[in-house]
Design a protein around this ligand. Structure first.
Ligand code: TYM
Length: 334
């Protein structure tokens, strides 16, 4: 790869992505891949921390591969691969586990939320998930990690583990920086605007999926929960309208202030339709391109194969260094 700094990020193929994933992560990946060596992964092993239907998971992995490409990830310039195809991820996670404490993991907001949501399946993987995420990042000597606001705590842990390992065994890992976009880093649910928009929400009207067609998008925005008065302004007392203004401004590249001016004196009904149309205009070409790519599984398999081969070369360099530093004996080859 070119002599640029490395950037790593990943997305779980745990469902069809939402416009939250697009605004918080994917759109930044596309923009940043010119200035960095972009390394983008499908965090397929992460999805197993919540019960998955194997057939649906397989389908979602192809969906996400095609979506990455449709959103403009250039598989030649950047590296696109599945986490499970590069076993260095789980190997490094094991070593990092030995310097991470249960208390650090039990404190994680996402662990607490998911434990409540999946009370019948609070497994070790659910708790250990941030350590695997740290391994993902640290294997690539990553400089920058573009993420939505909800992943900030996990990134902090990756930084802590890098520093701890470096202190114990000598300089090994680059300490990564997070990149959280200035706007729309936390897109909220359309049904409950005080909660994050999530691809695993049981209420299909709570999120806009990257698979929704324009009619569905507009219908969902028309139903979006708004606030009791009728002013289209952003304020902490108006989470519903603030969320819609945020989405509108991110999809149209207008500032919130300009959007407020544009809709001053207009009703919620017109505003919601305008938001839906602005979102559909960006999402629809991506959806069509994604579906076109999905029809060619062989091509998607080739992209992932080539990505894994390139990722592996970088990952094993770091893993071998780690094994050497902790005192393991290198295996004799040949
Ligand atoms: P995941 O799959 O939940 O989400 C993928 C990315 O989308 C962002 N995101 C959002 N941004 C704005 N508003 C929202 N409502 C919203 N929902 C999700 C997330 O912050 C994320 O950037 N653990 C990670 C995947 C992962 C990873 C990594 C990320 C695994 N290894 C290494 C970075 C580096 C996750 O579950 O993201």
């Amino acid at each position: 790869m070119e002599d640029k700094k490395n950037l790593f990020s990943a997305i779980q193929p745990s469902g069809i992505l939402t416009i939250g994933n697009y605004l918080g992560a994917l759109r930044h990946f596309r923009a940043l891949q010119d200035d960095y060596n972009g390394i983008f992964s499908l965090a397929d092993l992460h999805t197993l921390t919540v019960r998955q239907d194997p057939a649906v998971l397989r389908k979602n992995i192809y969906e996400l591969t095609a979506l990455y490409l449709a959103c403009g990830i250039d598989a030649e310039k950047s590296i696109l691969f599945a986490q499970s195809h590069v076993s260095a991820h789980t190997e490094l996670a094991w070593v990092l586990n030995t310097i991470c404490y249960p208390g650090e993991l039990m404190r994680m907001t996402q662990y607490k939320d998911k434990s409540k949501k999946h009370e019948d399946n609070i497994n070790m993987g659910l708790m250990d998930y941030p350590v695997l995420m740290a391994a993902d990042i640290l294997l690539y000597q990553t400089e920058l990690v573009p993420i939505g606001a909800d992943q900030k705590q996990h990134l902090e842990l990756a930084r802590d583990l890098a520093i701890r390992f470096n202190n114990l065994y000598g300089e090994t890992f680059k300490v990564p920086e997070g990149y959280i976009g200035k706007s729309a880093a936390r897109v909220m649910s359309l049904a409950e605007p005080t909660r994050k928009m999530s691809k695993s929400d049981a209420n299909l009207n709570a999120f806009i999926s990257m698979n929704d067609d324009p009619d569905t998008i507009i219908r969902k925005f028309k139903r979006a929960v708004t606030d009791s008065d009728n002013q289209i302004i952003a304020s902490p007392e108006k989470p519903g309208i603030t969320n819609l203004l945020t989405i509108y401004s991110a999809f149209t590249n207008k500032t919130i202030e300009d959007a407020e001016k544009e809709f001053a004196g207009k009703g919620y009904g017109d505003f919601k339709i305008a938001v839906g149309e602005a979102v559909a205009e960006v999402i629809e070409p991506i959806r069509q391109e994604k579906n076109r790519l999905l029809a060619n599984k062989d091509y998607l398999d080739d992209v992932l194969k080539c990505g894994a081969e390139r990722a592996e070369r970088i990952a094993y360099r770091t893993l071998n260094k780690v094994y050497r530093k902790v005192g393991l004996v290198q295996r004799k080859r040949g």
